[in-house]
Design a binder for this molecule. Structure first.
Ligand code: NAD
Length: 544
């Protein structure tokens, strides 16, 4: 076995390609889009490296053209989950003992595959399966995903280097053991990068993972799995288990070997899983680590000294990119009366310019929302606003599901700061604005802080530094990712570690060493070089 102390240099964030007209990358991406669309693929489970097809299957379709089938997915149930747990625990024996540098080399290689030969495949799959524009896909399915793998490898090296003090005569050491059991990774539809990171971060630390991808983004998850395989991930280390929530969730949570839950998704699902783990607590061999990042009701709060022109652009991008289906998307806004007229006059025409449609047409800024269920939920909120006396729709307000699940970017203005759409996560392209009286600035900060159960992201806008300071102080607990004169979206690994508090999750900051710490169990070791030969202490001596 090698005995050197290996180094990993600090990575740099993956640069994004632009896909501008005439560029080579645009041409290449369009070709792969065409190829993937022309083919229908099979998406089985992968258990112990083998493809497993069950008799429960579903069509994989494109949200922006729901009659176009991309493939067939095979769903797992109790039998497959039990088989996957058994296989993962067997794989763990070798994987947990593998030198760390060999483990992380696999993920460093995967990052190079994603940013190199498979770049357009990853992007095309995310665009077709999740209805993302080329830019939205490039920044996450390639950029963020490669960043997660590269920075986590570097964080892990630094974590292992963190060693305790040793006074003379002894050597104190800390070992960072993988957890005993398996980690259950349950992933959301909206980010290919998050889906890949949740099973991978624990695996890099020497754990084995059961990955339950979202049925709504199964297409890109399948491509991620292929990349990991190509990069040399041994069989059984990440078990790929497509399926409906409880069919996979119940038997996984029921297992005495559950050592951790790595979750991202809605608050309701996380609450449910936490409760189930609580009910089973007597049965587990080890207390499972529970890490969950959930929803948001993310705000933009403007002071009357805000730069209106820049605020308009931040609100357009912050609220409507990826159809508002980012946990960090701006969905409520507080704006003072003195700048409201100017803001509205500039904002509404910009929103009306947004083109919504098929993501293969690169002139579209927005695609479709993910599913029929999402479409019904979002349009329900729009209808509610239409019928309410406390709200007015000043842009958008229409939707159409005849071909794809399209919802126009919608702006609601309400006179009620506790209006339904100011409080609840909609997860769609709907921004609700509350116009406050300038003199109520402080009162409105309190409102912003107390209006929703979430605390994920928020942005404050002002030129006045005293006001910025006051807002940042008053809203200290209102967001885990806090932006000053910027939009509340697009966190970058190693720049703005991501996660929220309150009902937005456990705030274990994906893309930071804090997250990796949850997937290791420290062993403190003390070696004494010359242990005492006498059990007595000086104080026991006779008084002279
Ligand atoms: P969701 O809660 O509907 O589903 C998430 C995952 O949980 C899916 O894989 C789903 O199949 C699974 N699931 C559902 N019931 C289950 C059960 N009983 N057992 C096991 N698994 C079960 O969320 P979604 O619609 O996929 O994602 C959108 C949500 O995720 C939004 O609330 C969004 O804010 C949140 N999100 C948060 C972050 C963050 O970092 N805070 C990032 C992305 C998305």
């Amino acid at each position: 076995m090698s005995n050197a102390h290996f180094n990993i240099q600090e990575p740099v964030n993956e640069p994004y390609l632009q896909y501008a007209p005439g560029s080579a990358e645009r041409k290449a991406l369009k070709e792969v889009l065409k190829e993937q669309k022309a083919e229908q693929i099979e998406i089985p489970a992968i258990i112990n490296g083998k493809e497993v097809k069950t008799d429960r299957k579903a069509d994989v379709v494109m949200p922006h053209n729901h009659s176009h089938k991309l493939g067939t997915v095979y769903y797992c149930g109790e039998k497959e989950v039990k088989q996957a747990i058994e296989g993962a625990l067997e794989a763990r024996k070798e994987w947990a003992e593998m030198p760390w540098q060999d483990r992380v080399a696999i993920f460093l290689k995967a990052a190079d595959i994603i940013t190199g030969p498979k770049r357009f495949e990853m992007n095309a799959a995310t665009m077709l399966g999740q209805s993302k524009t080329p830019h939205q896909s490039e920044i996450e399915a390639v950029g963020e995903l490669a960043d997660f793998f590269r920075f986590n490898a570097w964080y892990l090296k630094r974590l292992y280097e963190d060693q305790p003090h040793s006074p003379d005569g002894m050597w104190n050491r800390t070992e960072y053991r993988p957890l005993e059991g398996f980690v259950f990774a349950v992933t959301p539809f909206n980010f290919t990068a998050i889906a890949a990171n949740l099973p991978s971060a624990p695996a890099m630390c020497g754990n084995v993972s059961l990955w339950k991808p979202s049925p709504e983004s199964i297409y890109s998850s399948w491509y991620v799995m292929q990349v990991l395989k190509e990069a040399g991930l041994p069989d059984g280390v990440i078990q790929f288990l497509p399926g409906e929530g409880a069919d996979v969730g119940d038997p996984a949570i029921d297992s005495k070997d559950l050592a951790g839950l790595h979750f991202t998704g809605s608050m309701g699902t996380f609450n449910h899983l936490w409760k189930k783990i609580g009910e089973n607590v007597e049965k587990y061999k080890t207390y499972p680590r529970i890490v969950g990042e959930t929803g948001g009701k993310d705000f933009i709060f403007a002071h009357n000294t805000a730069d209106v022109d820049r605020l308009v652009i931040a609100a357009v991008r912050g609220a409507f990119e990826y159809q508002g289906q980012k946990c960090s998307a701006a969905s409520r806004m507080y704006i003072p009366k003195s700048i409201w007229g100017d803001f509205k006059e500039k904002f509404v025409p910009e929103v009306n310019k947004i083109k919504v449609g098929d993501i293969e047409d690169f002139s579209n800024f927005m695609g479709a929302v993910i599913s029929r269920k999402a479409f019904d939920k979002i349009s329900g909120y729009i209808d509610y606003a239409k019928e309410s006396d406390d709200a007015e729709i000043i842009a958008g307000g229409t939707y159409d599901d005849s071909e794809g699940y399209f919802v126009q970017p919608t702006v609601i203005v309400t006179s009620d700061p506790k209006f339904k759409s100011m409080e609840e996560e909609i997860f769609g392209p709907v921004l609700t604005i509350y116009v406050y009286k300038d003199k109520d600035f402080e009162k409105t900060l309190d409102l912003c802080d107390s209006t929703s159960p979430y605390a994920l992201t928020g942005a404050i806008w002002a030129r006045d530094r005293y006001a910025l300071n006051q807002m940042a102080d008053r809203l200290r607990q209102a967001a885990g990712n806090f932006y000053i004169n910027d939009k509340p979206t697009a966190a970058v690994v190693n720049q703005q570690p991501f996660g929220g508090s309150r009902k937005s999750g456990t705030n274990d900051k994906a893309g930071s060493v804090a997250n990796l710490l949850r997937w290791v169990s420290m062993r403190s070791m003390k070696e004494t070089f010359a242990a005492p030969l006498d059990w007595t202490y000086p104080y026991l001596g006779e008084e002279k």
